[in-house]
Ligand binder design. Structure first.
Ligand code: GLN
Length: 279
């Protein structure tokens, strides 16, 4: 081999070694994080991602607190099925639960915007349109709709409400049902259920479409001359909801909820507010 050829061979060998080294180094760099993550044992829990909270140590809850027996204000203290359930969830997570009163209609946009509260607990029905905007936790209550009118009114079906004034709560499934099912409905929107019921008692609206368990509760002690004239089996399910940016909070709430169902706390709270055992 001539000197020149030897030089070329040596150069090529060096270049090859160098490039292999560079490649290996590169590959090792890229693989490193994967190797660390991959060390989790088979069957071991993957490290849970941390959830984000508006205020450290607190679970701030947005809620339309005029919706008994799910949430209502007793003086300045929120009470109800959702309140007890959220408090029990907070206890499991080591967080102080704080209910904040919001208009139902504003709950989803406010949660989405962030910075005010972490979770919605407001007898909110899980619906595909809402699921496109926020993340629901597992269902915690089965519900239906109801039609409420002055006692003794004739109601054989939605056609009997044609052209009548129907009180609904803005942004609810009751409003959606009336829009879809009552021909020529004259819908009168209210900011919450209790205001709609007062209007019906005063004769300012002819009927109300509202979640059945809430209508039952609102008429229980004082019917104010109103009655539930129909139950509408819409087959709704309520769910607590969190921001789509906070899936770890959804998972933590679901885990707590499953534990509360398993240890009997859920049934205890259910019986306290509805007087019967959950199905
Ligand atoms: N369940 C109904 C809905 O989600 C009403 C909820 C409420 O008024 N708090 O639309």
């Amino acid at each position: 081999m001539s000197k020149a050829k030897k030089f070329v061979a040596l150069f090529m060998a060096l270049a090859l070694t160098f490039s292999m080294f560079a490649l290996t180094g590169c590959a090792a760099d890229e693989e490193e994080p994967e190797t660390t993550e991959g060390t989790t044992d088979e069957g071991a829990e993957p490290a849970a991602e941390e959830f984000v909270l508006v205020e450290e140590g607190k679970l701030l809850v947005g809620s339309d607190t005029a919706f008994p027996p799910f949430e209502s204000m007793n003086g300045d203290v929120a009470e109800g099925f959702d309140v007890d359930l959220m408090n029990a969830i907070g206890e499991k997570l080591g967080l102080e639960v704080v209910f904040m009163t919001e208009i139902f209609d504003t709950l989803i946009p406010t949660l989405k915007a962030g910075g005010k509260f972490d979770v919605i607990a407001s007898g909110m029905t899980i619906k595909p349109e809402r699921q496109a905007e926020i993340d629901f936790c597992d269902p915690y209550y089965d519900s239906n709709q109801s039609v409420v009118m002055k006692a003794g009114s004739v109601y054989n079906g939605p056609e009997d409400l044609a052209g009548k004034k129907i009180g609904v709560q803005s942004g609810t499934t009751g409003e959606a049902w009336a829009q879809e099912n009552v021909p020529d409905a004259q819908l009168v929107p209210f900011k919450n259920a209790t205001e709609a019921f007062s209007a019906a008692a005063a004769g300012n609206v002819d009927a109300i479409v509202n979640d059945l368990p809430v209508s039952t509760e609102l008429l229980k002690e004082d019917s104010r001359g109103l009655e539930i004239v129909a139950q509408i089996p819409t087959g709704e399910q309520y769910g607590f909801a969190v921001s789509k940016d906070n899936p770890a909070l959804r998972d933590a709430i679901n885990e707590a909820l499953a534990e509360l169902r398993a240890d009997g706390t859920y049934a205890e709270i259910y019986e306290k507010w509805f007087g019967i055992a959950p199905e």
